[in-house]
Design a protein around this ligand. Structure first.
Ligand code: FEO
Length: 384
């Protein structure tokens, strides 16, 4: 598959993977992208997951059509992209590995220093000429590992963006970009918004016509849209003023309170209300929704003098990803010593720009008339 006259796609689709990176459900599989640049010199941009070594090497050999391979550019050392460096060097021993010093340290750790013979060390702003194509390297530490580098092809104006702008899903499964790109972003690099902002600033000086990520589709017509979305996501700016109600319930009483709130918010004309049971949804979807919307209501029973376990997990996932710039409402339940609201609130004590609704709803075992009054008060605050 051609990306441009000289750049070919040699990636693979993984339709068997159940949990990407050991935790993210990917019902539509995953792609591990790799690209070959055919110029006076030839260069491969990253390898693929280890389960696809033979398929990938066969594609590479076919596209090289008898030519030698001059360079392997290693933009990211996570094994879903780096697993076949050793196999590539065994097949093309004269191929020179291109990477930075952190990349090479990781190659020594995953493989051995031997395969770094004749390697090309690059740093911020360095260029590598392949003939017509000149590759300019831009360091992107922590997007997603410290060694990550993205590469700009001055000839075809392509940004090879490593994990950036990636998406869950194999390439032969049609689905819209936004949702699975957002879930991928917040799952994998959500913690590193500042580093993504720094990369976007550097990329802002480049005339980018095509983005070639290591996962998901190549972006052409939607480059500026994807950059805009990354600007929102990495600055933790809500995309929508809607409310997410994230609840967990043991006997249905906390759920009932959450349902009454949902109906009250809808009656008050909220633009969007998302209702999720944290015990039964995929947590990565719940995280994605929390970052998409501007308001969040947390509803949990008190359990072992803490919050219910699914809520604990959800709160941890939000705060470790620097959840901020949001309004939060709280509903707690407790039959003898309710304390979930206080614990949920305290979880965000180090988070930036979080405001809490003044009304805290306490369900004392079951929803009663006075609880409904408090829920309506909370709805009025969250709808504003
Ligand atoms: Fe797709 Fe961070 O690896």
């Amino acid at each position: 598959m051609f990306i441009t006259d000289d750049v070919k796609y040699i990636g693979v689709n993984d339709r068997k993977v159940d949990l990407f990176e050991g935790q993210y459900s990917v019902k539509n599989g995953m792609s591990y992208n790799s690209y070959l640049i055919l110029d006076e010199k030839t260069a491969v941009m990253d390898t693929v997951d280890g389960n696809f070594c033979n398929e990938w090497l066969e594609k590479l050999e076919k596209e090289l059509n008898g030519r030698n391979l001059d360079y392997l550019v290693v933009q990211h050392m996570e094994p879903d992209h780096s697993a076949n460096i050793g196999a590539l060097k065994a097949k093309y021993p004269k191929c020179r590995i291109v990477g930075n010093t952190k990349t090479f340290k990781m190659i020594e750790n995953f493989f051995s220093a031997d395969i770094l013979n004749n390697a090309v060390t690059i740093n911020e702003g360095d260029e590598l000429s392949l003939g017509k194509h000149t590759l300019k390297f831009v360091l992107a530490p922590m997007v997603h590992w410290p060694e990550v580098t993205v590469t700009y092809d001055l000839q075809d104006k392509i940004l090879f963006s490593a994990d950036g702008f990636g998406k869950f899903g194999a390439l032969d499964r049609e689905e819209e970009w936004d949702s699975e790109a957002r879930r991928y972003y917040f799952g994998i690099v959500g913690k590193y918004g500042a580093q993504v902002q720094s990369l976007l600033k550097k990329a802002g000086g480049l005339d980018i016509k095509i983005i070639c990520p290591l996962h998901g589709p190549v972006l052409t017509d939607t480059v500026s849209y994807a950059v805009k979305q990354y600007g929102l996501w990495s600055s933790y700016t809500p995309e929508n003023d809607g409310v997410m109600i994230a609840y967990t319930s043991v006997y249905g009483n906390t759920k009932k309170a959450a349902e009454i709130l949902r109906d009250a918010l809808c009656e008050k004309g909220c633009t969007e209300v998302v209702f999720m049971d944290l015990a039964r949804c995929d947590m990565s979807f719940a995280v994605e929704e929390a970052f998409r919307l501007g308001k969040l209501v947390l509803a949990s029973p008190t359990y072992n003098a803490d919050v219910f376990p699914f809520m604990k997990d959800f709160l941890h996932r939000l705060t470790e990803r620097n959840y901020q710039k949001r309004k939060i409402g709280l509903i707690e339940n407790g039959s003898w010593a309710p304390m979930a609201a206080k614990i949920m609130k305290n979880t965000f004590e180090k988070s930036k720009d979080i405001t809490f609704a003044e009304t805290v709803v306490t369900v004392t075992s079951a929803v009663k008339e006075d609880t409904v009054i408090k829920i309506n008060e909370l709805a009025a605050e969250m709808a504003n």
